[in-house]
Write a protein that binds this ligand. Structure first.
Ligand SMILES: C[S@@+](CC[C@H](N)C(=O)[O-])C[C@H]1O[C@@H](n2cnc3c(N)ncnc32)[C@H](O)[C@@H]1O
Length: 88
């Protein structure tokens, strides 16, 4: 059953280019800015980990908005392939 679900999810992710399960940066940005103020001049870029990123565009949006280096990880191969194709 686990493998069946996993294959179905992989297939779904390969069909969908992007999808937001929760919310995009537009909704999150005020909260993130409150807790992640801009790095000091000359400080190394902030590193952000997004575990279980799915095919959300939050990671690429955070990079574009200057939040730093964002690493997106997911255990579904289709997600990684999609996002590499779009943003890699
Ligand atoms: C509910 S979706 C949320 C996706 C994304 N964060 C969003 O907000 O649109 C959960 C994601 O976490 C991934 N995931 C769940 N457990 C994981 C694990 N142990 N390691 C890596 N990814 C995982 C799933 O493949 C799925 O893409």
């Amino acid at each position: 059953m686990y493998w069946f679900r996993s294959i179905c999810r992989d297939h779904r992710f390969r069909l969908e280019q992007t999808n937001e399960w929760y919310c995009d940066l537009g909704e999150l940005e005020p909260l993130l800015r409150q807790h992640m103020p801009p790095a000091a001049e000359g400080a190394p870029a902030r590193r952000v980990l997004l575990p279980g990123c799915g095919n959300s565009e939050l990671g690429p949006q955070m990079v574009a908005a200057g939040f730093g280096h964002v690493t997106c990880v997911d255990y579904v191969a289709g997600v990684i392939d999609n996002m590499n194709e779009l943003y890699g």
